[in-house]
Ligand binder design. Structure first.
Ligand SMILES: *Cc1c(COP(=O)(O)O)cnc(C)c1O
Length: 397
């Protein structure tokens, strides 16, 4: 037996979480993470993945991954700056820059890593960061790592942002001030007000940083939230992930050439963590080719998203204020949300409960992520199950 202090800490805190219904149990999948998944031998309609376009199981990506593994092996063998940069990594970065309409791009091992890398490479203790209060955990951690002063502004509240930007820039306390926002907020599915944010940024010379993990492949005909608003030349940092709509794993920053040059010499996960595997890189490149050659998957994603939303709303559920295919179904109380999700599961729908601390207390929700790979029959079946469980639990009348 190890440390008693650790044992005491773990026992107390785990029991506390469990008693409040906040302890998340992980269900391993026995199948690919497609529109239908298998858990404990049971088939379920999957409404919980970020595999928006169904690319995680696309034959073209699988073939590209296998081919790359055959040629380059399964691992890159080193960090990027020693000799873990394969020609494939450079090709991917060129493709990402073209995809995002920027001069250059740099790839990382994940979107999370990207925020650890990019913020602290540029911001330090003499700087300040204006951060939307609902920003993703990796943005929050990336900001903390930089040791810059973090100034939170109310969610998508431009007047609050403007007031805080004014105060920060006129105080004379900071060398640089950055504004950071998600492009699409993953818990509610709302879109950042980028045109207004850019206006404030221009007024106060703020560095602009948009993490578009949930927007790429989804908005702007696939190119993302920044492209959606036609702001490709106005945003300094465009962050993306290869793990969601792209269907693989990894992250990237797209921006001007000298920014990317700087990140290649100063961002720590690039210097000290082994680069993306050849299979990941090849599959990601194939995905971007697919996105650029046709909007078919993108269009089907939106069609399915709108269909599910309309159906849930017609049944009487509170689906919040989503502007994207992300479809929350707000239940409120944490225990009740967990119970609702569990009953959906028993009836054949996998839609995960999302509760505090991921979302504010009292706003527990079951979040639905329809994808391009779902059929109308699957969505109809899911709606039918939602109706049945909603009535059983007295959420619907
Ligand atoms: C999912 C997400 C990430 C993390 O991306 P990974 O590639 O899964 O590490 C980062 N930022 C935002 C806004 C996200 O939604």
């Amino acid at each position: 037996m190890g440390s008693k202090a650790l044992e005491h800490f773990l026992e107390e805190n785990l029991a506390d979480l469990k008693s409040k219904g906040l302890y998340n149990v992980i269900d391993p999948l026995q199948s690919a993470n497609g529109p239908i998944i298998t858990i404990s031998g049971k088939q379920l309609i999957n409404l919980s993945s970020n595999n928006y376009l169904g690319l995680a199981t696309d034959r073209r990506l699988i073939e590209a991954a296998v081919k790359a593994a055959e040629k380059y092996g399964v691992g890159a063998g080193a960090v990027r700056t020693i000799n873990g940069t394969l020609e494939l990594h450079i090709q991917l970065e060129e493709k990402l820059a073209a995809f995002k309409h920027t001069e250059a791009a740099i790839a990382y091992q994940s979107g999370f890593n990207c925020n650890m890398a990019a913020i602290s490479a540029v911001m330090d203790k003499d700087d300040a960061i204006l951060s939307d209060e609902l920003n993703h955990a990796s943005i929050i951690d990336g900001c903390r790592l930089s040791r810059a002063q973090i100034i939170r502004f109310n969610h998508s509240d431009i007047e609050d942002l403007r007031a805080k930007a004014k105060e920060a820039t006129q105080s004379g306390k900071y060398k640089k001030v950055m504004v950071i926002t998600d492009g699409v907020f993953s818990m509610d599915g709302d879109i950042a007000k980028l045109p207004e944010i850019v206006e404030v940024a221009e007024e106060f010379d703020l560095i602009t940083y948009v993490d578009d993990a949930h927007g790429s492949g989804v908005l702007g005909k696939g190119a993302g939230t920044v492209k959606h608003f036609g702001l490709s030349d106005k945003i300094d940092f465009q962050i993306g992930t290869l793990s969601k709509a792209i269907g693989v794993v990894g992250g990237y920053v797209a921006g001007r050439q000298n920014l990317i040059d700087w990140l290649k010499v100063r961002s720590r996960p690039f210097l000290f963590s082994t680069s993306l595997t050849p299979a990941d890189v090849a599959a990601s490149m194939t995905a971007i080719d697919i996105l650029q050659s046709s909007t078919e998957l993108h269009d089907r994603l939106w069609e399915n998203g709108n269909y599910l939303k309309k159906g849930l709303k017609a049944l009487g559920f509170d689906i919040g204020k989503s502007e994207t295919p992300i479809t929350p179904c707000v239940i409120g109380d944490e225990q009740k949300t967990q119970e609702f999700s569990k009953r959906l599961y028993d009836a054949g729908v996998y839609a995960k409960a999302i509760v505090f601390p991921t979302v504010p207390r009292g706003t527990g929700r079951v979040r639905n992520m329809p994808t391009a790979a779902h059929t109308k029959e699957m969505l109809d079946e899911a709606l039918h199950i939602y109706e049945k469980v909603g009535k059983e639990m007295g959420i619907l009348s």
